[in-house]
Design a protein around this ligand. Structure first.
Ligand code: GLU
Length: 306
């Protein structure tokens, strides 16, 4: 039996886009008779709270979704530490003292996800330079990427290629505040908890080659990846946690029934032919990746309220 997962960050109330992602990941797993895991990506305490995590769990259950296990990343630090040490022993992982301002000032071209492409400033520091810089600043740790093209077949979008060094650059495994970075923890969790399918929004498509590189370096077998279309607001922005009017708190306060929301999302995604209210379990037999569009979808929140 395989396993799927939904991995929200508790940085705010879920919006319609997060509900859509949860529904698609759940349907993809359940329609394959797979188990389903809920993982709260709660490592970043700068903008996350236990109350947000509680609301996510409550909103998912309200939508009619269920899961076989629930994990929080703050309980799994030792697993990340040991994977980090494995990479340090096998690869060139080096301390990077560049500040955010340094990274932008280096004016390197931007990597495919919008972060500045790392210019390699700290890649070859001598032990003396490291010791000296460590007195003033805590370093982040980066892994050197090879000049290699990573290729994989997305279960929804088809073949994807990325040149690691040219399009992504050496990337951070541990931030300067000691928090393990998303690319590392996501791989460790998906691999060690036995996820066989990773479903997430296509905003994370450019992270997947980096993650596949880490799967390889850590000796883990990779899952199948599926990237689903994102929901856009009528002005073309991706929905974000700042779009308070479209969050589940607002929708629930306005007495929108979960079946109405699920039915409308399933209709927008092409899973059903009419926007009729339904529960997620009624959609299991209807779900097929081939029905979903491969372009992002514009959503007008008022349609959900009417
Ligand atoms: N925590 C990430 C987010 O909320 C999702 C990570 C993933 O699904 O790989 O965007």
């Amino acid at each position: 039996m395989g396993k799927g997962r939904f991995a929200p960050s508790p940085s705010g109330r879920m919006h319609l886009g997060n509900a859509c992602s949860a529904l698609v990941s759940w349907l993809s797993a359940r329609s394959a008779d797979d188990a389903f895991s809920l993982r709260l990506e709660d490592l970043d305490d700068r903008c996350q709270s236990a109350e947000n995590a509680r609301l996510i769990v409550d909103d998912l259950a309200w939508l009619g979704l269920d899961w076989d296990e629930q994990l929080t990343q703050t309980a799994r630090i030792s697993a990340y530490q040991s994977a980090f040490e494995t990479l340090c022993s096998r690869d060139h992982v080096y301390p990077c003292f560049c500040s955010r301002a340094d990274l932008h000032a280096a004016s390197a071209p931007h990597a495919s996800d919008g972060t500045p492409l790392y210019a390699g400033t700290c890649r070859s520091l001598t032990p003396q330079q490291v010791a000296q810089k460590s007195r003033v600043r805590q370093p982040a740790y980066r892994i050197e990427v090879p000049d290699k093209t990573i290729e994989f077949t997305d279960g929804h979008l088809g073949p994807v290629r990325q040149k690691l060094a040219a399009e992504c650059g050496d990337f951070v495994l541990r931030r300067s505040d000691g928090v393990f970075a998303y690319q590392l923890v996501c791989v460790v969790d998906d691999a060690l908890t036995g996820c066989t399918q990773v479903v997430r929004g296509d905003d994370l498509l450019s992270s997947t080659p980096r993650q596949l590189f880490l799967y390889d370096r850590l000796g883990y077998g990779a899952p199948q990846f599926f990237h689903h279309p994102m929901l856009l607001s009528p002005d073309g922005r991706r929905l974000s946690k700042r779009d308070r009017d479209l969050d589940l708190g607002e929708l629930r306060a306005r007495h929108v029934a979960p079946e109405r929301l699920v039915g409308k999302l399933a209709f927008m995604l092409g899973i059903i032919e009419q926007p009729e209210p339904c529960r997620p379990d009624e959609l299991i037999g209807e779900f097929a990746w081939a029905k979903l569009p491969s372009h992002d979808l514009v959503v007008d929140g008022s349609e959900f309220l009417a």
